[in-house]
Structures are given as structure tokens and as C-alpha cells.
Design a protein around this ligand. Structure first.
Ligand SMILES: O=P(O)(O)OC[C@H]1O[C@](O)(CO)[C@@H](O)[C@@H]1O
Length: 398
């Protein structure tokens, strides 16, 4: 059955003017996704305070674990990628993301499972928390207060860090991530100090200010990124493992908020494969045939083109924090920019700023997060509504 009216309503062509009309922005954003996204810095501070109240010190009692499993789906699962990249390649134990219910077969008493769920009721996180308890693994749970996840944690006498439920999971990345980092810190696996958290929160505040709805497109990096992406197929590549986490996060938000298909990944790997996209029908071929006098309003989709977003990791990493010398990453990032330029594929670059890994990651996530919302709004889409996800859950009985 085809129902052309299913899903959210919006328009195919982006309305540039709407982005500089605060009243129209507010009208199209009834769930306040812009405000929730602007709370990222506050989320870091609040979650750090809530984690300090949980008894995370008990985690250290049994010493260093054999492995840490981060269990959760969607944004909750992304927190495991953040932990792995902030811990870096010298982390003494494996950090493994697990995105389906339960835990990997090898998990046992020597391991730690961190179950994460914004709602506190995803089958993936609940299944993992229960399985961890059954197998005698150390458990930490992060999620909504008074949720099923909290009950499982209480039954297991495991630390539970409450994350107040004010926004959808994807607008709660920082609230979910900080407790995961602090649990790993208690285990001696990651170096995140109070100054890193404070500087990350300040960075997120400053970026939220630059990206505020009252700041017009020509001074607002998120609005200009969104307008550049409008009508294109975004390709988001990260120059380093840390930047790749931010690239995948941009893929999540572009898909969920703006409903854009997107290719994301690590530039190192893309350079041996997907970089070929730049030569394809949506890349160099489309650019070569572009009629620069054509009316964009008459674009029937045949003119769909790639837009490359390169997230560059600034080069501030200490030598022993990287897998590859920084110079290699930098040369690769320069190379892909040259390739794009030679083919006429437009490219936006976001460069990391800040001292700690966490702050640099935040600096690569903040502007793209806002851009995904502005892109939704430019298309008249409510960035909060997720009818396809709801329908999917109903149809698959989940
Ligand atoms: O964090 P939760 O509540 O477990 O949800 C997991 C994922 O499921 C969704 O809510 C979709 O159902 C995503 O937005 C979210 O990231």
C-alpha cells in the first residue's frame, strides 16, 4: 500500500530565507530541538555532578577489568565510540560497543558492562544489563531515573547514573556520554579531568552561541553548513579516529533530524575505496555537466550532487595518543580537499579546536549538530518528529 501522506510533512526544496526568520524557525521547531541542542554544555556539567553522586568508586574495587562493553542502541551506543576514542589507542583494555540485546558470549566476571539508554527501556540496554548481572560481570547503568534500567541496576546492586529525560536521546549525547567517561575513569581507563570537562562545556556553550537562531546565516556556521548541504548527498569523512566519531555522529543527526541520506566514515579507509565516489554520477560527472545558468527551482533531482564535509582533527594530539603520525592524517586531509577541488565537488571543512580529546571532539560535533536541525527546518520538517521510527516499532512489534 502506498500512502503518499505518511511521515512528516515538509518541502523538497530548502527555504533559505526561513533560516533567518526566528519566528518561522520557532514555528517549525515545536519540540524545541534547537534549545535542547544548545543545552550541550549544561548537559556536561549536570551529568558530571550526577555521576559524582553515584558510587562509581566501587568499580575500582575489583581492579582493572579484562574488557569494557558499552551496551545500547542509537545515541546511547555512540557513547561507546566516544569513550573508545577519548581513551585512545593506548587504552590497556578493549572497549567494545554492543548494539543488540544481551552481551557478547565471552563476557563474564572479569568484565565491565556499561548499559546506556536515555529512556531507560531499550531492549538492547536492558538485555545487556540483565545478562551482565546473570554472568557476574560488573555493571554500571546510565539512563532515565525511575526507569526499568534503574530497577535492573538496583537489583544487581550496581551504580546507576540518572540522566534526566528532557529531550530525545539524540539531543542528549553529552548527558549520556559524561557518565560513561567517568565510569571508565574510575576504572583507570581514561584520563578526563575536571578541567577537561569544564573546558568542553564552555566550548559547547560558545558554539551554541555562534549557532543560535538569532545569528544570521552569514555569521552562523551551522546555518551556512546546512544551506551548503541542502539538496546534496553529504559525504562526511573524519581525518582521524576522533574526527571519525564526529563524522558518524553527523551521519546520525543528518539522517534522524533532516532525513538526509549520508555517507560517513574514516578518511583513511575512504582513501582506499569510497573516495571513488568523487568520480561518480553524483560527484565529478554531475559537476562536469552542471548548467550554471539552470534555475535551481526547476531541478528535478537529476542535478543531485555530492557535498563533502571534512572533519579535521586540528593536529593537537600528543604523539602517543595516535595510531598514525599526525603528518600522515594531515596530508590525507589536504589530498582529499585537492581531489574534491579538481572535480568541482564542493567541500566544507570543520577543524577541531581545544586541548583535550574531549574538547576537540565537542568542537567537531557542536556545529554539525545544529546544522542537521537547521537543514530540517529549511525543508519545513519538524526535527523532533520521528514517524518512520515509530511506525517501524509498531510494524515490527518492538
Ligand atoms: O537511548 P534509548 O532510549 O535506549 O533509545 C535508543 C535509540 O532509540 C531511539 O529512541 C529510537 O527509538 C533513538 O532515538 C535512540 O538513540
Amino acid at each position: 500500500m502506498i500512502d503518499g501522506t505518511a511521515g512528516v510533512s515538509g518541502r523538497r526544496d530548502a527555504d533559505e530565507a526561513l533560516l533567518d526568520n526566528p519566528a518561522a524557525l520557532a514555528e517549525h521547531d515545536p519540540g524545541d530541538m534547537l534549545r535542547h541542542t544548545a543545552s550541550a554544555g549544561a548537559q556536561v556539567r549536570e551529568s558530571a555532578a550526577l555521576a559524582a553522586e553515584a558510587n562509581l568508586a566501587v568499580l575500582a574495587d575489583d581492579g582493572r577489568p579484562r574488557a569494557v562493553v558499552i551496551a545500547g542502541i542509537g545515541t546511547a551506543g555512540r557513547t561507546g565510540d566516544v569513550l573508545a576514542t577519548v581513551a585512545g589507542p593506548r587504552c590497556p583494555v578493549p572497549i567494545i560497543g554492543h548494539r543488540s540485546a544481551g552481551v557478547p558470549g565471552w563476557v563474564g566476571a572479569a568484565d565491565v558492562v556499561i548499559a546506556v539508554s536515555a529512556s531507560g527501556r531499550s531492549p538492547e540496554a536492558l538485555g545487556a544489563a540483565e545478562a551482565a548481572h546473570r554472568r557476574g560481570a560488573r555493571l554500571v547503568a546510565v539512563g532515565a531515573p525511575d526507569s526499568q534500567l534503574q530497577s535492573v541496576a538496583e537489583r544487581a546492586r550496581a551504580p546507576f547514573i540518572p540522566v534526566p529525560r528532557r529531550a530525545p536521546a539524540r539531543a542528549s549525547l553529552w548527558a549520556l556520554t559524561v557518565p560513561v567517561l567517568l565510569a571508565a575513569r574510575s576504572l583507570g581507563l581514561v584520563k578526563v579531568n575536571e578541567a577537561d570537562l569544564a573546558e568542553t562545556a564552555s566550548r559547547l556553550d560558545a558554539d551554541a552561541d555562534r549557532c543560535r537562531s538569532a545569528a544570521e546565516s552569514f555569521v552562523n556556521p551551522a546555518k551556512s553548513l546546512a544551506l551548503g548541504l541542502a539538496g546534496s548527498i553529504p559525504i562526511v569523512w573524519g581525518s582521524s579516529p576522533l574526527a571519525t566519531v564526529a563524522a558518524r555522529r553527523f551521519g546520525d543527526t543528518l539522517s534522524a533530524n533532516a532525513r538526509y541520506p549520508v555517507v560517513t566514515g574514516a578518511l583513511g579507509e575512504a582513501g582506499r575505496g569510497r573516495v571513488g565516489l568523487l568520480d561518480g554520477v553524483f560527484g565529478g560527472l554531475a559537476e562536469g555537466e552542471r548548467d550554471i545558468f539552470a534555475d535551481p527551482a526547476e531541478d528535478d533531482g537529476e542535478g543531485t550532487r555530492l557535498r563533502l564535509v571534512l572533519l579535521r582533527d586540528g593536529g593537537l594530539n600528543a604523539e602517543d595518543d595516535t595510531d598514525e603520525p599526525l603528518a600522515v592524517e594531515e596530508r590525507r586531509a589536504d589530498a582529499v580537499q585537492t581531489l574534491a577541488e579538481r572535480r568541482g565537488v564542493r567541500c566544507d571543512v570543520v577543524t577541531a579546536e581545544g586541548g583535550s580529546a574531549l574538547e576537540r571532539l565537542a568542537s567537531l560535533i557542536a556545529v554539525p549538530d545544529f546544522a542537521s536541525i537547521y537543514l530540517a527546518l529549511a525543508h519545513g520538517l519538524d526535527p523532533m518528529a520521528v514517524p518512520a521510527i515509530t511506525e517501524m516499532k509498531e510494524l515490527s512489534n518492538q
